[in-house]
Design a protein around this ligand. Structure first.
Ligand code: ATP
Ligand code: ZN
Length: 844
């Protein structure tokens, strides 16, 4: 009798699908399966299993069960564990429910291995294929496709070395290392057609694997390991050399590394036969590439010790903490010590860091403290690397997991501690389905795992602060910087006054220029925040007032200068949309009115850099923004040039504010970060306060005290004033009052409902249908704003309308949202055109 299972598939539908398991296969809750859906094959996750078919079941069979018990009697053994633990499945169900996200899409976000099957095919060489290749290399002969009669170990002689015969050889050569190779890569490398590959598969020289099967096969690395207790017999010098090398490296070394050092494999094999060395095969370790080892461990100061004591004594049960420590108070050292305490009790930890928060410095500290026990998960990993990390974690080989947002789903056994660094950071919110906030998921995960969770920040979000006020989270305070270093003094420059006094609109104030000059002359470093990338924000027509907009989005195009081009070559320069990436050159005339009087508005980081180069011609200037930092390596390189002092003046966007600990920086300039205060966003003040505090916090972290110059047009705004005094309490008091008064989070909950369509009429129509439904049903306890066009009315050619829902009760809000989705379904509004963003961070 087959088993019936409910399978969550990665499609935007709030439901699971029923399938029967193939004969003799025993999927369990949490197993991955391949399921046919329409014309596709998808990887799904089994949510439940039953012996009886549902009433309306039409026979549909699973294609395969990827993680299963070989037979039912094995169910209890460790081998038979499904891929997703019960804790993670419960977490997924919680996310689906809390964020109104389709369960299949939630699971897809959790599982790195859940790609669509049809998309990735890999090939791998077989043993027979190796023989064929070896033979052909020996005989310098080609390998024909058609040698059915010939003995594969004796390929025909040189009479068939034509191009066609070499294709099989090129295929085999490309696969020779033994690693599976993607079909696309293989075809490019060998020039093979799909039918060529099929022919070799039929001959069993190569094997074809689907993505799922391939990713099950983890990459391994072979190590030579010294057997310590062996008494040493007489040895040849070559043998002694290998043993010496092994001893020098702490008793083990990857075999590849031995070869690189010119030590012979044959000698190694002799040592193995003599019982002096053994070969271990292990999952290839992930290397913390290119990092400097850090200095000896830090002695915790009094407040760090207290913080650690609170955290450590709570291990073993669910305890949420807010670690509120000013910038430079040494939170990182507390995290590391807490992870060590967890490890001492055989408990694993997850440390979450913001998108670019994982600096080489932090990686170095982790490596020094925990070495190969660390697994790193970040967005720059390839799917293979990610799944390798995943398996190391799941096997218990890496009880220290560090990563960005989705690392919160790492399948860590015996999880004891979760740390969320810079918990206020916006990058924890995923801005696509499922729209979860990893910080909040962290708290739930800790709850399911009976673990401690620590949310750390110098500028906690209002939500987290409120939870600590309500005693939901226990608050730990670290009020001072390490070694009694002072927080930097902040000077506010009123840019309105600056304009009146100088009669000019300058990007940099006189005070900022003077103080930068002075810092550079003293041999210190300065960083300047200019929180927009590009050269100018916008290009505007003086005649008709139109801004040049993106053709796909209702957004002004940002002007970028091509690097290293002549100063005034304005025409032909690049305009770029920061939403969709659309690019065009700057036109000679306004496309609306044909006037030639186009002018450039507002300065971005690129222009900032240019101005600074003019003002400080001898400064060693660097720029840090999304244009100069494309990948991790760019960031590493820039930071290491800063640490070494090679750069003494850095300009950049908010990236420069994130947790960097550069001791030479004594001056921080803040330029135009307060324009955000006029955005239609109730979190604007919070964002400005956080950014100002964080960037100010980069100054004076070394021996010398720091100074901050903030240029502002709102010198009386409470967020600016509080940030200037490092007064979180003053800010929070004002801000909480305003939020309570306006019924905004943390007083009550909020959801943004986006209705989108490539057809304006359709989007308008659908949002009207939903608006009308809200009017008619008038749900109790929910305030509805809208529908109206979203502040950004069109993105990537998709028209956007939205409704904002507020309620004091999450349950009420989610109930109403669910009824709304049901109504949308009956009104034939496709689910994929409605985005529900619970606890929305951006209302744009
Ligand atoms: N007990 C200590 N004694 C001396 N120096 C310390 C101590 N603890 C930490 N430090 C040093 O203080 C500096 C700041 O620490 P860290 O980067 O952890 O601060 P933080 O609290 O995370 O600040 P931010 O919120 O700004 O990121 C680092 O250079 C660190 O090496
Ligand atoms: Zn665009």
């Amino acid at each position: 009798m087959p088993l019936y299972c409910e399978v969550a598939l990665p499609v935007p539908l709030d439901r699971t699908f029923t399938y029967a398991a193939p004969d003799g296969q025993y999927p369990q809750r949490g197993s991955r399966v391949i399921a046919p859906l329409r014309n596709e094959k998808l990887i799904g996750v089994v949510m439940s299993v039953s012996n009886t078919a549902p009433a309306d079941f039409e026979a549909r069979y699973l294609e395969a069960v990827l993680d299963q018990t070989a037979d039912q009697s094995l169910e209890s053994s460790a081998e038979a564990e499904p891929l997703l633990s019960e804790a993670l499945l419960s977490l997924a169900e919680w996310i689906a429910q809390y964020y109104l996200a389709p369960i299949g899409e939630v699971l897809r976000g959790m599982l790195p291995l859940m790609a669509e099957v049809s998309r990735t095919v890999y090939y791998r060489i077989t043993d027979l294929g190796r023989d064929i290749l070896a033979n052909s290399l020996e005989n310098q002969s080609g390998i024909p496709f058609a040698n059915k009669t010939a003995n594969p170990r004796k390929p025909a002689k040189n009479d068939n070395t034509g191009e066609e015969q070499n294709t099989p050889r090129r295929i085999l050569e490309r696969l020779a290392s033994g690693d599976p190779v993607k079909v696309s890569t293989l075809r490019t490398a060998s020039g093979a057609s799909l039918s060529d590959l099929a022919a070799l598969v039929r001959k069993k020289w190569i094997a074809r694997e689907t993505a799922a099967a391939e990713r099950d096969a983890r990459r391994t690395e072979r190590f030579a390991v010294l057997i310590p207790e062996a008494r040493l017999p007489a040895l040849s010098t070559n043998q002694q050399a290998i043993l010496a090398e092994l001893a020098a490296c702490g008793g083990e070394i990857p075999i590849l590394e031995l070869r690189k050092r010119g030590l012979s494999n044959a000698t190694l094999q002799t040592l193995v036969r003599r019982g002096l060395v053994r070969i271990d095969e292990r999952a290839a370790a992930f290397r913390l590439g290119g990092i400097e080892r850090s200095s000896p461990p830090i002695r915790l100061n009094e407040s760090q010790t207290e913080a650690l004591a609170s955290i450590a004594s709570a291990l073993g049960a669910f305890h949420p903490f807010l670690l509120h420590g000013v910038t430079g108070s040494g939170k990182t050292a507390v995290y590391l010590a807490a992870m060590q305490r967890a490890l001492d009790r055989n408990l694993a930890s997850i440390l979450l860091v913001p998108e670019i928060g994982l600096t080489p410095q932090t990686a170095g500290l982790l490596d020094a403290a925990f070495g190969s026990k660390v697994a790193l998960l970040h967005s720059a990993l390839t799917p293979e690397e990610r799944s390798e990390q995943w398996r190391r974690i799941r096997n218990g080989d890496a009880p220290i997991v560090v990563g960005t947002r989705s690392a919160i789903f790492a399948p860590v056994p015996h999880l004891g501690l979760i740390l969320v660094d810079e918990e206020h950071d916006q990058s924890y919110k995923q801005e696509e389905t499922p729209r979860y906030n990893a910080r909040d998921v962290a708290v739930m995960r800790a709850k399911f795992a009976n673990a401690v969770v620590v949310l750390g920040s110098a500028t906690p979000s209002l939500e987290t602060w409120h939870n600590s006020e309500q005693s939901k989270y226990k608050r730990i305070e670290m009020r001072e910087r390490v070694n009694q270093r002072p927080l930097p003094e902040v000077e506010l420059v009123d840019m309105r006054g600056e304009f009146q006094q100088t009669g000019q609109e300058n990007l940099f104030s006189r005070s900022l220029i003077q103080q930068t000059q002075a810092a550079l002359e003293r041999g210190e470093q300065a960083i300047i925040l200019l929180n927009r990338r590009g050269y100018s924000f916008a290009v505007m027509c003086r005649a008709c007032g139109a801004k040049l907009e993106c053709q796909n989005c209702a957004i002004a195009l940002t002007h970028h200068k091509p690097p290293a081009e002549g100063e005034l070559a304005r025409e032909g320069q690049r305009l770029e949309c920061h939403y969709c990436g659309y690019r065009r050159t700057v036109p000679a005339r306004c496309p609306q009115c044909d006037s030639e009087h186009l002018y450039y508005l507002g300065a971005g980081s690129q222009q900032g850099e240019e101005r600074l180069t003019e003002i400080f011609p001898t400064a060693r200037i660097g720029r840090m923004d999304r244009d100069t930092v494309r990948g991790r390596h760019d960031l590493e390189r820039l930071l290491s040039r800063l640490h070494s002092g090679e750069i003494n003046l850095l300009v950049g966007t908010q990236m420069i504010a994130k947790g960097h600990d550069i001791h030479g920086v004594t001056l921080v300039g803040v330029v135009g970060c307060d324009h955000a205060l006029s955005m239609p966003d109730f979190r604007a003040a919070e964002r400005v306060f956080q950014l100002m505090t964080q960037v100010s916090g980069r100054a004076g972290r070394g021996e010398l005290p720091g100074r901050v110059v903030v240029q502002t047009y709102h010198p009386d705004h409470y967020a600016i004033l509080a940030a200037a005094k490092h007064d979180y309490a003053a800010f929070i008091e004002k801000e909480l009052k305003y939020r309570r008064w306006m019924h905004y989070p943390p007083f009550g909950v909020l959801a943004n409902v986006l209705i989108q369509s490539p057809k304006l009429e359709e989007a308008a129509n659908w949002s009207a249908i939903l608006g009308k439904w809200f009017q008619q049903t008038a749900p109790q306890g929910v305030r509805v704003l809208g529908p109206c066009t979203a502040p950004v009315a069109r993105i990537k050619g998709i028209y956007r309308f939205h409704l904002i829902l507020k309620s004091v009760s999450r349950q009420t809000l989610n109930g109403v949202l669910r009824s709304m989705l049901a109504h949308a379904d009956t009104a034939n509004i496709p689910r994929r055109n409605i985005t529900v963003d619970v606890d929305a961070q951006r209302l744009m």
